[in-house]
Design a binder for this molecule. Structure first.
Ligand SMILES: Cc1cc2nc3c(=O)[nH]c(=O)nc-3n(C[C@H](O)[C@H](O)[C@H](O)COP(=O)(O)O)c2cc1C
Length: 149
C-alpha cells in the first residue's frame, strides 16, 4: 500500500520526529510540501499531512499545498501535529480544507512539542524533551491502527 507523509517541521524538528516514526510503521515516503507533485497524489492509498502549529493553525506551506491539490475521490488521509499548548483543536482549519478536497480523514494524531514561542523562549521553552519516548510510542500505535483501519 503506497503511503505518503507530507510534513514540514520548522522550529525544533519535533513534528519530523513524529513523521519518521509514522513512516517507519507505514513504510511511507516523507516529503516536504514543496517537494510534492500534486498530480501524483492519486498514486497513494493513504496520505498523512503534518506540521507544527503556528497561531492556531498548521504551517502555511502545508495549508497552501492543500489548496493546490486537485479534488480527490475519497482519498484516505490523516492529520498530525506537534504544538506547545494545544491539541487536535488546532487541526480544524487543515481538516476543513482536506475535506473540501474530497479527502476522508481516517484519524488524527497530536502530541506536545518543545515550544519556545515568545515568553516561553525567554524562559528556555516549555515541554522540554517532547516529543518523548512515550509520545513516539503513541505515534507508532496510531500508525498501526491506521494500517488496520
Ligand atoms: C511563532 C510561533 C507560533 C506558535 N503558535 C502556537 C499556537 O498557536 N498553539 C500552540 O499550541 N503552539 C504554538 N507554537 C508552538 C509550536 O507549534 C511547537 O513548538 C511545535 O512543536 C513546533 O513544531 P516543529 O518543531 O515541528 O516545527 C508556536 C510556535 C511559534 C514559534
Amino acid at each position: 500500500m503506497p503511503v505518503l507523509i507530507v510534513c514540514i517541521s520548522k522550529e525544533h524538528g519535533s513534528t519530523q520526529k513524529v513523521a519518521e516514526v509514522l513512516a517507519g510503521e507505514l513504510n511511507a515516503t516523507i516529503l516536504q510540501p514543496d517537494e510534492v507533485d500534486v498530480e501524483s497524489l492519486s498514486d497513494y492509498d493513504l496520505i498523512g499531512f503534518g506540521s507544527g502549529i503556528r497561531i492556531a493553525r498548521h504551517y502555511r506551506e502545508l495549508r497552501d499545498l492543500v489548496t493546490r491539490i486537485p479534488k480527490q475521490q475519497q482519498k484516505r488521509s490523516f492529520i498530525f501535529s506537534t504544538s506547545g499548548l494545544g491539541s487536535k483543536m488546532w487541526h480544524s482549519s487543515l481538516r476543513k480544507h482536506l475535506v473540501r478536497k474530497g479527502c476522508i480523514i481516517q484519524d488524527e494524531f497530536w502530541c506536545k512539542g518543545i515550544d519556545t514561542y515568545g515568553l516561553f523562549g525567554l524562559l528556555g521553552g516549555v515541554n522540554k524533551g517532547r516529543p518523548n519516548e512515550q509520545d513516539l510510542a503513541e505515534a507508532a500505535d496510531f500508525a498501526r491502527r491506521l494500517l488496520n483501519g
